[in-house]
Write a protein that binds this ligand. Sequence first.
Ligand code: PLP
Length: 442
Amino acid sequence: MRQKISDNRTNLMRYEIREIVDVIQKIQELDKDFKVDNENIGDPVAKGWPVPPFLKDLLIEAIKEEGDKVFGYSHSRGWPPARKWVCKYSKRFAPSSDLDYEYVLFTSGLGAAISAIYEMLPHGLRIIQPTPSYPTHASMESFNARDESIGYELDPENKWEPNLADLEEKIKNNQKIVGILVINPNNPTGAVYSKETLEKIIKLAEKYNLFIVADEVYFRMIYNGYTFTHITELAHNRVPLMVMRGVSKDVPWPGGRCGWIEFHNINLDEDYRKYCDAIKKRILLEVCSTSLPQMILEKLYDHPDFDRWIAEYNARLEDNSKNISRILSASPYLKVNQTNGAFYMMPLFKEGVLNNRQTLPIKNHDVKKFIEELTANPNMPLDKRFVYYLLAATGICVVPATSFFSKHYGFRLTTLERNPLKRDEIYTRVEKAIREYAESSR
Ligand SMILES: Cc1ncc(COP(=O)(O)O)c(C=O)c1O
C-alpha cells in the first residue's frame, strides 16, 4: 500500500563539508575554467600528503604472507589479534586500563561506529554534543532522537574550551541526557583539552551518573607544546567510557575505512554493559568491517618509522597552524583561535560584521547569477552566504560554522596545505576577500 515514504527527519542531518561539493560542481558546469582550492575536506591524501612508504610495504607483505585470507571476511567484531593489540596499546598510555578484547569493536570507518552508538540508544535518550559539533555525531544523534541536538558550548573566548557551567546546566535541565560526547582533539575547532578540563567532565559524569563517549580519532596529532591526556587513565573505574579511534587521519588512510570502539569500565554498570552488548550485536549484522587494515594494524603503529613519520606530520601542521592564524588574525573582522591539534581551524566573524547585502565580485556572469539566486534565500545563515561568495569569487572552499551547529558565524578551514607559499597565498586572499566582503555594505 502506498504510504508516505519520505522522512522529515532528514532535515536534522547536515553534512555541508560534502554538500558544498555539489555547489562546486554546478559552478564548474557554468564555468569550465573554474579552479578550486579545497580547504573544506579533512582528507590529507587529497591534499597531497604522501602515504608512508612503510604502509605500502606492509600491505604488499600482508597480501604475500597471509594470502587470500586478506580478501575474505574477518570476525564480525574485528580480527581477534587486532582487538587484542588495541587492548595492549591502550595499556601503554593508560597503565591501569583493563580493556577486554571482547569489548573492542572494529567498524568500517568511525562513521559506522558513530551511527551504531546512537542507533542503539533507547528512543528519546540523548547524548549531549559539543557545539560547534562534528556534524556526523550531531546529525546521527538528533536523527535517532527525532529532535534537534542538545549542545554544550565550546567557548571561543576561552580557546574553545568546553563551557562546563553550560554543560552542567543542560544536564540538569534535561532528564533524557544519559551521555556526554567529548571530541578531543577537536573537529572543528582544533582545540586540545587539558587534564583539568577532562577531570571536570568526568566529575560531572560521576555526579549525574552519565557515560562518556570520547572521539579521539585525532589523538596523535598534537603540537604547539600541547600534550594529549588519555581520558582512559583518568576515568578508570569511575565512569562508563567509550573511546573511538581509527586509521583515517594519522596514517593517513581515510579510504581504508577502519575505526574501532573501546568499551571501558563496563563492570561499573550492568545497564551500560547491556547497551554495549546491543552495539556489539548491531555491528554483527554488518557481517564484518574492512579486513585488510586490521591485519596490518599492529605492524603499522609499531613500525620503527611511524614515530618519525608522525613527528614530521605534526611539525608541518604546527607550522600551518601558526602561519594561517597569523595571516587571519590581521583581519579586523575576525576572531581567530590557533589550532593545537587535529587539522582544523574555525575563525569567527566579530559580532555584527555580516549582513545580507554584502557581495564579492564574480567574473563569470552565469556563476554570478547562480550565486545570487542561491543566496537570495532569506533563511540562509549569513556565514553560508559569505562562504558561497568566497567560493565563487576566489575558488577557495571553506565550510560555514553554522553547518557545525555553531551559534556564531564563521567558517571552518583545514590546515592541510603542504606548500607553504601556496598556503600563505590562499589565506592572504581569504583575508583580503573578507575585508572586501565586509566593506561592500556596512
Ligand atoms: C571527529 C571525527 N570523528 C569521526 C570521523 C570519521 O572518521 P572515519 O573516516 O573513520 O569515518 C571524523 C572525520 O572527519 C571526525 O572528524
